[in-house]
Design a protein around this ligand. Structure first.
Ligand code: UDP
Length: 347
């Protein structure tokens, strides 16, 4: 029988992607210890997770960068008898990272380091890290594969690259360590139940939550950042991936890594392999929600590239994963979540 990870730490397990990952893990019969400080997530997400996926899930409400919490975290990971971890805890707003770089470096890198100390102490040496396609520089040809040139353009992206490198150094230091850096393209959508989904604090930075808040009447209109790019309709093209496909990708990556004999750190894209423009996304969301999405064309946003989408073949080759859900599924599920929970978890 293939050895499987059974006792999994999910750092950031109450967040948007983390909550969907936990539901997949519980559905597959795995035991989960969530570590979260609810800095950008809500305790209600945990209640919803337990309703969607009965199973063994525990919560440790601690802050990975608070020195006073470190011993508790180390003991809890040991007591849980963890065999692996999925690390999704961190700050993720690009603009905020430009304004507050020190907080971003401290939080994102600090939380990874604390988690690694706890894993070391528990002798759990398999880790899947939530990286991002933002690590790719601007000079790559589409579709971008994992050998694409890296070169983040903001502190947020640099924290992702640093943590990828930390994991590579760690794996090179001792053969027991194994890591996968999952480079996500653009996660959108929600669990088909409409019970968990993305609940951004304040004004959404990303396209889908913004569109969804316009559709539900929380915001007047969308600003489309540029319609003069060299793309099929002039607007930016991205590889949107359904968060449930993404969550399944974490389980597939973890199982592959856990059973793998070789040590080392591997970078793997998670995307669909296809690009969708902003105007196409707006049209799809309009169809799914049956709501008007008023928009205006605004200047380009600093740091945006015209077009990026994944070469997603490596995830398929290594762990037989591919994204199944369409842009229609993404919009329908995102809308179900938003319309059931107009104010997110605060309702
Ligand atoms: N975008 C937009 N209006 C918004 C938010 C995003 O036109 O309010 C565009 C953005 O310029 C990009 C695409 O939507 O072309 C996806 O942006 P998002 O911030 O969701 O993801 P990322 O830039 O990280 O790929």
């Amino acid at each position: 029988m293939v050895k499987k990870a059974q006792k999994i730490i999910v750092a950031g397990g109450a967040g948007y992607i983390g909550s969907h990952v936990v539901v997949e893990l519980l559905g597959a019969g795995r035991d989960v210890l969530i570590i979260d400080n609810f800095s950008n997530s809500h305790p209600e997400a945990i209640n919803r997770i337990t309703k969607l996926a009965p199973g063994n899930v525990e919560l440790l409400e601690r802050d990975l960068i608070n020195p006073a919490h470190k011993n508790d975290i180390i003991s809890a990971v040991k007591d849980f008898d963890a065999d692996s971890a999925i690390h999704l805890a961190g700050l993720k707003a690009v603009g905020e990272s430009v304004a507050e770089p020190v907080r971003y470096y401290e939080t994102n890198i600090g939380s990874a380091l604390t988690l690694l100390s706890a894993l070391e102490a528990a002798d759990a040496n398999t880790i899947v890290f939530s990286s991002s396609a933002t690590v790719y520089g601007e000079l790559n040809q589409n579709p971008v594969d994992e050998t694409g040139l890296t070169g983040a353009t903001n502190p947020y992206g640099r924290t992702k690259l640093f943590i990828e490198d930390i994991l590579k150094d760690l794996c090179a230091s001792a053969p027991k360590w194994k890591a996968i850096n999952l480079r996500y393209f653009n996660p959108v959508g929600a669990h088909p139940s409409g019970q968990i989904g993305e609940d951004p604090n304040g004004v959404p930075n990303n396209l889908f939550p913004f569109i969804a808040q316009v559709a539900v009447g929380r915001r007047e209109k969308l600003s489309i950042f540029g319609d003069d790019y060299d793309t099929r309709d002039g607007t930016g093209v991205r590889d949107y991936i359904h968060v449930v496909d993404l969550a399944r990708g974490h389980l597939a990556a973890l199982d592959y890594l856990f059973a793998r004999e070789e040590n080392g750190a591997i970078d793997v894209n998670l995307g669909t392999g296809a690009g969708v423009s902003v105007l196409e996304a707006v049209a799809a969301f309009k169809r799914a929600s049956n709501k008007d999405i008023p928009y205006q064309i605004a200047p380009r946003r600093d740091g945006d590239v015209a077009e990026i989408y994944a070469d997603a073949r490596l995830a398929n080759e290594l762990f037989n994963w591919r994204a199944d859900k369409t842009i229609e599924d993404m919009c329908a599920d995102h809308w179900r979540w938003q319309s059931n929970n107009p104010n997110g978890y605060k309702d």
